[in-house]
Design a protein around this ligand. Structure first.
Ligand code: NI
Length: 185
């Protein structure tokens, strides 16, 4: 099934998500649905909190970015219980958007390189280094697990400039080609 995507203002997007165990109910189905929802919305990544589930899972398919970085052609992965252990390299700006903040794109500064522990869908443990666009996409999705959004990284001035736009989006003032969930009230 395709999940509706939670839009900025929905409280689940601000929660720190929890690790899960292999016996988490319907885990296989959830992973399948996360992928289906990502493809349906043309996202390169999707994190579980964005579909209302406060658990540490995100999925990535960065193949649409292979034009810029050919080695991303086969970068399709599921990350469970992800924890970044190191961020290194110079920070650089890259234009980001988010399915939970439709219509907004901003340059976001993030470090070049990360080291991350996670388990895959078979709960096998990994600790890997990522750089380039892979590290970029991972850090964006990872932020969702910690209740952060890319707009949190903007300068105080940029934040002030887009503040009322974000408030409008949280009330439904946007168009999106995918199903969405807005906070009540
Ligand atoms: Ni996002």
């Amino acid at each position: 099934m395709i999940y509706p995507i939670h839009i900025i203002g929905s409280p689940v997007l601000r929660k720190v998500a929890k690790d899960i165990s292999p016996d988490y109910p319907n885990l296989e189905k959830i992973i399948e649905n996360l992928k289906a929802t990502m493809y349906d919305s043309d996202g390169v990544g999707l994190a579980a909190p964005q579909v209302g589930k406060s658990i540490r899972i995100f999925v990535i398919d960065a193949s649409p970015l292979a034009e810029d970085e050919p080695e991303l052609e086969n970068f399709k992965k599921i990350f469970i219980n992800a924890h970044i252990t190191e961020r290194t390299g110079n920070e650089y700006a890259f234009n980001e958007g988010c399915l939970s903040i439709p219509g907004i794109r901003e340059d976001v500064n993030r470090p070049e390189k990360i080291r991350m522990k996670y388990v895959d869908e078979n709960f096998e443990e990994h600790e890997e280094e990522f750089d380039g666009l892979a590290a970029r996409v991972i850090q964006h999705e990872y932020d969702h697990l910690d209740g952060k959004l890319f707009t949190d990284h903007l300068s105080p001035l940029r934040k002030r400039i887009i503040k009322s736009k974000l408030a409008g989006i949280s009330k439904g003032k946007f168009t999106a080609k995918y199903a969405v969930h807005l906070a009540k009230g």
